[in-house]
Design a protein around this ligand. Sequence first.
Ligand code: SAH
Length: 495
Amino acid sequence: MHPPEPAAEARRSDTPRATSAGGIVDRLLLTLTLTGPGATDLGYLLHKHPDRVQEFSLPFGKAQVFYPEAEPERCTAALMLEIDPVGLVRRGAGGGFALAEYVNDRPYVASSFLAVGIVSVFKSALAGNCKPRPELAATALPFEVEVPVVPARGGADLVRRLLEPLGYAVDATPIPLDPQYPEWGNSRYVALKLAGTVRLAELLSHLYVLLPVLDDEKHYWVDDTEIEKLMRRGEGWLPDHPERELIVKRYLKHQASLYAPATAQLQALDAEGADDDAVDESTADGVEAAEANLEGSVLLRDQRLDAVEAAVKASGARRVLDLGCGPGALLRRLIRGGYESVVGVDVSIRALELAARRLKLDLLPDEQRARITLLHGALTYRDERLAGYDAAVLQEVIEHLDEPRLAVAEQNVFGTARPGTVIVTTPNAEYNVMWPSLPAGAFRHRDHRFEWTREEFQAWGARVCERHGYRVDYRPIGPLDETVGSPTQMAVFTR
Ligand code: SAH
């Protein structure tokens, strides 16, 4: 599981990066117009002042927001993205902790750049927040959107089928391959104009989901967090959309292991109405099923949980930290283990919310409830709350941290929190060749910063022991292959 999206709006960059020439997609533009009296309220709604050009750095380049017009009756904001192919390759590099960089959303797909631009630059608006004028965010207003070039497999017709049911007047004009040679026919791009009276958050959610759906780019590795994004951004409109099946399939890149659970969730919604609890349970299970599938074996996840749970138990710990707990698969087991205190920590609020619901914290008897805590926190910040525990688990977490952040997290866990036992699991990269569906050299999850061989993991472990005074013991998890080892590797550090 991965943190779903930047928790904060993208950082304004002080030093604009140079854009390399020669990228396939260099610039993408989207304009958003509010008409009628009070049109300049658009500035409040977007949290971007109409008088300024503002620039933001994104994992793949930079974004600018500016207002080509700001009249009392008509105000237009433009979001322009410049893609930097070099920055793309260096994904995640660079020092300093920046959440927006860590959780770069879906950086590799042409039209998805716009989706990332929207979620990064207009995060608050997408969430329906407008602190200075909350009533504006809650009101349907007359908006117009223009995207001059939209990749659309399925053409103008599909554009209309996707957007008209959501209440927009749609103008989708096919762009010819070459205007000089009309006989060549149309390209797969359309010029898109939309007009509708909607809440801004709805409008941005529609674009966030549907632009990548129209693009239908298939060549990248999606993981289970996409289900969660789709469900969240599709809330309130996707379940009833006549093209919902196509939307789900395309959004999840035609991967049955992902769209099957997503479709099941939507069907659960149909069957049970909006019964919160039922839906959330199925979300968590669907997510888990999808992850298990990606790893080639439904069992691996369970075997990992078994191994980690056993290692915690064997350590004799009474007070346990689950660092990077995600939606709480391990916590669910630990709270049944009779521990004095179990604490789940994650940087993703969404993951913590899922964990809270799936642990049914609100239904636990007080005495049991008192023994479990969920903390929002980043391992890359020194955190005094993590001191005084007997054991800490980092299950499938370290590979999400790039080198500088891993070094900080290491110091915080082994140096500052210093529990008697630290249990770390991470993929064994050598085993990846056993999964034919995983392209050679690819990671198991898009968000992984590295996947180590056994030797690399052990080299890291040895350095940790040296620096912080621990001993370590390595164990394989999952089926053991003679040559490449097991899919998951575990290290148990003791002080
Ligand atoms: N331990 C869980 C989840 C693994 S996915 C399991 O095995 O099922 C990795 C988790 O680490 C995600 O939930 C992510 O939000 C969390 N994470 C990543 N970087 C983090 C950081 N710097 N601080 C805390 N949590 C982090």
